[in-house]
Design a protein around this ligand. Sequence first.
Ligand code: TYD
Ligand code: MG
Length: 454
Amino acid sequence: MAKPKKRYVCQACGSVSHRWQGQCADCAEWNTLVEDAPATVFSLKHDLSSGGRAVEFVDLDKPGEMPVRQKTGLAEFDRALGGGLVPGSAILMGGDPGIGKSTLLLQAAAKVAREGHGVVYVSGEEAAGQVRMRAARLGLSDAPVKLAAATGVRDILTSLGQMEAPKLLVIDSIQTMHSDTIEGAPGTVSQVRGCAFELIRYAKENGVALVLVGHVTKDGNIAGPRVLEHMVDVVMSFEGERSHQYRILRALKNRFGAVDEIGVFAMAGEGLEEVENPSMLFLSGREQPMAGSAVFPAMEGTRPVLVEIQALIVRLQSGATPRRAVVGWDNGRLAMLLAVLESRCGLSFSSAEVYLNVAGGYRLSDPAADLAVAAALVSALADKPLPDRSVWLGEVSLSGEVRPVAHGNTRLKESAKLGFERGFGPSDAKTGSAELKYAGLGQLSNLVDRVMSS
Ligand code: TYD
Ligand code: MG
């Protein structure tokens, strides 16, 4: 049998190399490479086609075994989950430190426990007293949640094995967990992977809904190996700007449901409040129209959310390289739009600094927002406000064409309901109603002509 090659795994980023080095070639961390157990290599002579145990095959439509979702009672959380917790599933909840993950999960845990279901909350970050203090502040002290401050996975699983399996198990956070069968400090790749594996196995065998809190690194990834995202059934991200009140719960992956519904919360003195109707949250509510501001009708699942996009253009006198700064939108897409505005519409941004901001800490990724961003940019450049009470939607192609978007009519109808009077977008949308006057733009240059001549 061939001697298996040695492999070394970086404990910080999980990359594999076949030679030991002092510094990881991928993430540039020092002293993070650790020899990994070699994968067993079978020779071809080894016959795997006999001697195994029989595996049971079932039909896809086998009746009577559909798991029943457990609602948490926190409607926005259930909505983002696609209808509630699935028994025997694992959920990874990522988010920046201090964004409110522990608060959200404690509130959900209390709700489920008050419904009479078993709930275990294990905190590896805070002492039990600290969690109790938070519960008191949130008015949840009376909820029958079983609370523990522990980090040893063996201890946790042994204790859980001696009691009736709970409906919901929260581990806050997976990076603080430690298994004595695995080498390395808590938070290293092998520890995170090993601990998650043990906990997920317990959850699957006992029909427990498991929530693992995961820390997020500076670049927005869940710290530890990417494999964690493959191991769990649902990956959720809790987003928002810490300085703003609003928080958005989003499913990035969901084996049991759609990933387009979001949950919206507001952080208040008594914890997270659910926001049932988020449509007007991300508007500044100004009376007078301002240059550089455009409203985009976003869709989050089945709900419309109107978002204000703000642009600021500063002309530079010197030949210094102008800055482009974006909050809440994609940098690359802004560069593309600026290029289209320059080459197709004859505008010049080359000696100007460009700042783009999506109001309220909201993050936009919908390409349908292209036209609204372009409108904000042109309006800022011309220093002329866009028409009052107007919404803008459309994807902009490299040729400068304004292209149709998904749910165009729904977006316009909802905008009309919320008091908007004018809509601008692609030419072929069949819209226009008594409440909302619609104008198709066709080419981006039509937008520029309209704003410049207003
Ligand atoms: P936390 O849930 O500890 O965040 P995470 O677990 O994601 O690190 O939330 C911490 C922040 O939330 C903290 O900065 C204070 C704020 N907060 C409130 O504003 N109101 C509250 O009722 C609570 C419990 C926290
Ligand atoms: Mg926390």
